[in-house]
Every structure is written in structure tokens, then in C-alpha cells.
Design a protein around this ligand. Structure first.
Ligand code: SF4
Ligand SMILES: [Zn+2]
Length: 317
């Protein structure tokens, strides 16, 4: 067994940089972006980043708490945030209500607001929320029943590496995850899995290998869609691990490798997260073209010809 350290909630909290100021009556961001749908069509999806009380879990790599509040937001605040965003976004058929945590955490999204939230999103064909596998119960089904469209739940699987997953402090076993997927699928709620590319402790090659193993495991468990997220520093603890040689962000080339291999599985949709992909560019000359290729691969779910760099690029070929 590797001699990797484990960290307590208190240690992870102590490493945090300061929290950003947020307004409980405003989403901290909102946007639309195209996404390949299960039937292969590309359609715009609205994503609302709701401001709410921070997630009670303290995952080693998580920086989502930066845009959260310390107290539960007032009743009515979440519906007001949705109104604010939807009034400013073009119409779409699909919406993600992402809350930097777990939608069915009662202290994050007050259950008393569920009816008003459902009212706001009646016009959408798909409503996607994030949740922790251990918070998937009857409340999910009650919310599903309030919607005119289809509910989908996104859950962080992170990694199936047996030594890394417990060290991520997610307080979840693979059995918890598989049980939650089975429960949701049995109730017609499709699941998308978030998978980390190169979480702490892994080398670049191991990061690729375990991202693909995690994708395969997720599809075997019944997940419909896998989203691979390059592990990014920013929460304090990852910077500390980086200083100890226990964490390094993945390379863009690894993201390319994982998307190609993930699509080759042909088990379901596979996306790579390209938010701030610029930070993974190693060459100004080919970085934007590589990002664009990954974007088009996300949209088409096909493997496109690799980018050949014409410049002096370590990643060429
Ligand atoms: S459960 Fe999700 S939101 Fe909560 S700390 Fe872990 S990664 Fe962050
Ligand atoms: Zn280049």
C-alpha cells in the first residue's frame, strides 16, 4: 500500500484560501452552452450556478465552497436566483441547476422551495441537478414527480482507485455509488458521473489509466454519461500536496487521450470538461486548436483527427 497521507476535515478546512463574497439572491454565474443529447442532437443547455450553503462534505480536491454561503439561504432565494438567470438567458430545452454541492442537501436547497423551483423549470425537457450518492432517496423521487420534463442526477464518482478514493474524503464507497445509480435508474432518473483526471497521488500515466477504469466502472454500474474533469488546484490543499510532490495537474494531452479512449468504449456519452482549459495549454500555438478539437469531439461524440503542431511544441504528434 502506498504511504500516502490522509487528511481530516479540519486539516482540509485549515488549508483553504478566503471565501469569495456572494449574494444569496443571485446565482454566482449562469450561461448556455451546447451539449450532445442522448439522441445525438446538439442542443443548448442553460447552466445556473446557484448560490447556497456550502456542501457539508470536505473533499480533498474540492473548491466549490468558494462561491457558497456559510448559512442556509432564505426561503425564496433559490427560486429568485432561477428567475434572475432565466430572465437573462436565451430559451433552451435543458437546464442544469448546479449548486456547488448537493441539490438534495436540505440545508443547501430548502425543501420548502422545491415546488417553486419545479414551477420555474416546467418548460424544460431536462432538468439536471448535482447530488451526493448518500443523499439519493425519496426526496429525489418527489422532486422528479413535480417536473414536467425528465430529471437527471449528476454525481461525483471521482475515481475508483481503491487507495485514492478514501483519501479524497468524499465519505462514499463504490458500493454507495452503485446503490445510488441502481436506485435512480430503477426510478427512471438517468445518472451522469463526474470523474477526475489525475486526482492527487497519481502519476500522469496512472491518472489516464484510472480515469478510464473509472469511466468503464461507471458505465458498468449503469451511468448514462461520463464527464471527465481535469483536477485543478485552487482549494489550498491541492497546492499543499503539489508542494510535497503528491499532486500535479494533468496535461492537455492526457485529456485528449482519455476522451479518445472514452469515446472508443461506445458505452454512453463521454465529455471532457473544458472550463478554463487554457490553464492546461502547454503551447500557445496549438493549445486553442486542441481545445477546439476536444469541444467538437464533445459535441459530435466522435474521434476527430489529432492536432499537429506546426510550432516548436513538446506535445506535437
Ligand atoms: S461532495 Fe462534491 S461539492 Fe461536496 S465537497 Fe465533495 S466534491 Fe465538493
Ligand atoms: Zn504546439
Amino acid at each position: 500500500m502506498p504511504a500516502w497521507p490522509s487528511f481530516s476535515d479540519a486539516e482540509i478546512l485549515a488549508a483553504r484560501p478566503p471565501r469569495r463574497p456572494v449574494d444569496p439572491w443571485r446565482p454566482y454565474a449562469f450561461l448556455t452552452e451546447p451539449e450532445c443529447q442522448p439522441d445525438g442532437r446538439v442542443e443548448e443547455v442553460a447552466t445556473l450556478f446557484l448560490t447556497n450553503r456550502e456542501c457539508p462534505f470536505r473533499c480533498l480536491m474540492c473548491d466549490l465552497w468558494r462561491h457558497t454561503t456559510e448559512a442556509t439561504v432564505p426561503a425564496g432565494a433559490i427560486p429568485a436566483q432561477i428567475d434572475h438567470a432565466l430572465a437573462r438567458l436565451p430559451p433552451t430545452r435543458h437546464v442544469k441547476l448546479y449548486n456547488s454541492g448537493n441539490f438534495f442537501d436540505r440545508r443547501a436547497i430548502p425543501p420548502a422551495d422545491h415546488a417553486a423551483i419545479a414551477d420555474r423549470v416546467q418548460g424544460f425537457a431536462t432538468v439536471i441537478v448535482e447530488n451526493h450518492p448518500r443523499l439519493c432517496g425519496e426526496a429525489v423521487l418527489r422532486f422528479r414527480d413535480r417536473l414536467a420534463g425528465r430529471l437527471e442526477v449528476a454525481m461525483g464518482l471521482e475515481t475508483v482507485h481503491p487507495e485514492v478514493l478514501p483519501r479524497l474524503n468524499k465519505r462514499m464507497t463504490l458500493e454507495d455509488y452503485a446503490r445510488a445509480v441502481a436506485f435512480l435508474r430503477a426510478h427512471d432518473v438517468p445518472v451522469r458521473a463526474f470523474i477526475l483526471l489525475r486526482p492527487p497521488f497519481l502519476s500522469e500515466a496512472e491518472g489516464i489509466d484510472w480515469a478510464l477504469r473509472s469511466l468503464t466502472w461507471a458505465f458498468d454500474a449503469g451511468v448514462a454519461c461520463g464527464v471527465v474533469i481535469p483536477t485543478r488546484p485552487g482549494n489550498g490543499m491541492l497546492e499543499r500536496l503539489a508542494a510535497q510532490g503528491l499532486f500535479e495537474p494533468p496535461r492537455l494531452a492526457s485529456l485528449e487521450r482519455v476522451l479518445e479512449a472514452g469515446l472508443r468504449l461506445r458505452r454512453g456519452r463521454v465529455f471532457v470538461d473544458l472550463w478554463d482549459a487554457e490553464r492546461f495549454f502547454e503551447c500557445d500555438r496549438c493549445g486553442p486548436a486542441r481545445r477546439e478539437r476536444l469541444h467538437r469531439m464533445n459535441l459530435t461524440q466522435t474521434i476527430l483527427p489529432p492536432v499537429r503542431c506546426a510550432g516548436p511544441c513538446a506535445m506535437a504528434g
